[in-house]
Design a protein around this ligand. Structure first.
Ligand code: PEP
Ligand code: MG
Length: 573
């Protein structure tokens, strides 16, 4: 048995068969060609096979995510069904003796060149991306290479990949996937966050894992520990039995905790802490309600934009309204689009940036593309009629940005007024505190904002100047750094002084070691991944508020992360 380690991205324990997710080489020898008749036949076969594959993906997607996602692949099928497209390749095979692969590549190049000459916009960029994707599929089928996809996985798959992106996770075959392990990625990267929302055990930053494991090998992924993930490859029967025992105990403990899910999140001495869930879709909300969620502290709306085409006002309105109705009056904090950083929206086809986490991200992008933003704001104001919706803005680093944002909310309202469409007036507007600037401006911001929620994933990244997605420097990503804790304390105190509440919606909010200190620092709301809700209720009910305050004071007086952790681990509540 081999043992590897990684960073804990999403807790849990699972076992299954390794599914290696890596792009195969599509190279071939162009001089090896059959006759024109044989090459034509190969091409026809590859086209039909590709069409059948696309049809199957379309059906799976429609089934698991909804009809609207299926049509993403419809565009690619249309290319294959276009008679002219294939005819050009067949003509080429007739004209000169060459391989079907060569004919395909030449026609592809000609079409791609045409697209490049067209106006640069997101529609053309998407069509080019579709063409590129579909031609690679045909080429792969010509070469007889099996498709590697996450949308249809073999049973009990533990996916092992060099890197995964949020869009890969969105497409995952939820029925068959047991967990995933990646070489790259930090513990608060967005694939990690998505894994949590799917309640899927996951490890990231497991360097060298691709070289250690082979397709179909038995693999155990143990992510019960918050600090480190353990990966066991090819355990023997006795070892596997031991792992199964761990799994049974873990699941039994979770069952026990689940019984607490409907209890109030109140400390032993009667201080109420609002406990909310982080979601990225209505499906996540349903899942969160199964874990007892009564409110949502962070709805990451950009995930609606990562799956394909940009959703319009109507579509967004329906999603937000449905979420509000499902919460039956419970608070629903919806964060406006936070595109950029590691969340690329292909449909927007934005130019690459040297430094995306310091680039056109979050509110900056929305203030630049006002129409995109106004569409979302109108949808949000309209959905406000259906429940207790509050709007929150990401990546704010100046008061002026917040004021500009408020002006756009007023403009969206005026547009709805003009169209005589009902909407909610006076929706509370909040600010995410996730830049050091927002911490220093917390007093000014909380005078004008209705609430603040601290995005500690980014706040940690920006305070410590360490890329949250880069596993190479993960030891510098000090979640319990006194610098971060002091920033949280300053922000919570400023909010309280101005009569507003402060919450935390970064991953720290669900970390059992951090919860007492966050409460002691004056945080009034915690928004955590759905599966962490029951354990968080249980923990809060075990705490004494005054004790938490003493602990927080002590923690922020310490100078190193090591001392803070040692203090928190030794604490009794
Ligand atoms: C955060 O930064 O902590 C946060 C909640 O937002 P995201 O993880 O989506 O950047
Ligand atoms: Mg953030």
């Amino acid at each position: 048995m081999k043992v590897c380690t990684g960073l804990t991205a999403s807790p849990g324990i699972c076992s299954g068969k390794a599914y290696i997710f890596t792009s195969p080489s599509l190279s071939y020898d162009p001089s090896q060609t059959g006759g024109a008749g044989e090459e034509k036949e190969r091409l026809e076969r590859a086209f039909s096979q590709s069409l059948a594959e696309l049809e199957a993906i379309k059906d799976t997607l429609s089934g698991s995510l909804g009809e609207e996602y299926g049509h993403i692949f419809r565009a690619q099928m249309t290319i294959l069904e276009d008679d002219d497209f294939k005819r050009e390749m067949l003509d080429k095979l007739e004209e000169l003796p060459c391989r079907a692969e060569t004919a395909l590549e030449e026609v592809y190049k000609a079409y791609a060149a045409l697209f490049s000459e067209m106006e640069e916009n997101s529609y053309n960029a998407q069509r080019l991306a579709d063409l590129d994707d579909v031609c690679k599929r045909v080429l792969r089928n010509l070469l007889g290479i099996e498709e590697l996809t996450l949308s249809s996985l073999p049973p009990e798959a533990v996916v092992v990949a060099e890197e995964l992106f949020p869009s890969d996770t969105a497409m995952m075959d939820r029925k068959n996937i047991r967990g995933f392990i990646t070489e790259k990625g930090g513990l608060t990267s967005h694939v990690a966050i998505l894994a949590k929302s799917l309640s899927l055990p996951a490890a990231v930053g497991s360097r060298g894992i691709m070289g250690q494991v082979e397709k179909d090998e038995t693999i155990v992924l143990d992510v019960r520990d918050y600090e480190k993930a353990h990966i066991y490859i090819s355990p023997d029967g006795v070892q596997l039995e031991e792992f199964n025992g761990w799994k049974r105990d873990y699941e039994q403990r979770r069952e026990e905790l689940l019984k607490m899910k409907d209890l109030d999140s109140v400390t032993r001495d009667g201080v109420k802490i609002t406990l909310s869930a982080n979601i990225g879709s209505v499906e996540d909300l349903i899942n969160a309600q199964g874990f007892g969620a009564r409110s949502v502290g962070l709805f990451r709306t950009e995930f609606l934009f990562l799956k394909g085409e940009l959703p319009g006002e109507e579509e967004q309105y329906r999603v937000y309204a449905e979420a509000a109705e499902k919460l039956r009056g419970g608070m629903l904090i919806i964060r406006t689009l936070d595109i950029g950083g590691d969340k690329e929206v292909k449909a927007l086809a934005l130019p690459r940036e040297e430094n995306p986490f310091l680039g056109l991200r979050g509110i900056r992008l929305c203030l630049k593309f006002e129409e995109l933003f106004l569409t979302q704001l109108r949808a949000l104001l309209r959905a406000g009629v259906h429940g207790d919706i509050r709007i929150m803005f990401p990546m704010i680093s100046s008061l002026l940005e917040f004021r500009k944002t408020k002006t756009l909310v007023e403009r969206a309202a005026a547009e709805l007024e003009e169209r005589r469409i009902p909407y909610k007036q006076g929706i509370p507007l909040g600010v995410m505190v996730e830049t050091p600037a927002a911490v220093f401006l917390a007093d000014d911001l909380t005078k004008e904002a209705a609430f603040v929620s601290m995005g500690t994933n980014d706040l940690t990244q920006y305070i410590l100047s360490v890329d949250r997605g880069n596993e190479e420097i993960s030891s510098y990503y000090r979640t319990f750094s006194p610098a971060v804790l002091r920033a949280i304390g300053v922000t919570a105190a400023a909010a309280r002084k101005n009569g507003k509440w402060a919450g935390v919606c970064g991953e720290l909010a669900g970390n059992p070691l951090a919860i007492p200190v966050l409460i002691g620092l004056g945080v009034e709301e915690l928004s955590v991944s759905p599966s962490a809700l029951p354990q968080t209720v249980a923990l809060i009910r075990d705490l004494d508020y005054d004790r938490c305050k003493e602990l927080a004071e002590k923690a922020i007086s310490l100078s190193t992360e090591e001392d803070v952790k040692a203090c928190l681990k030794a604490a009794e509540y």
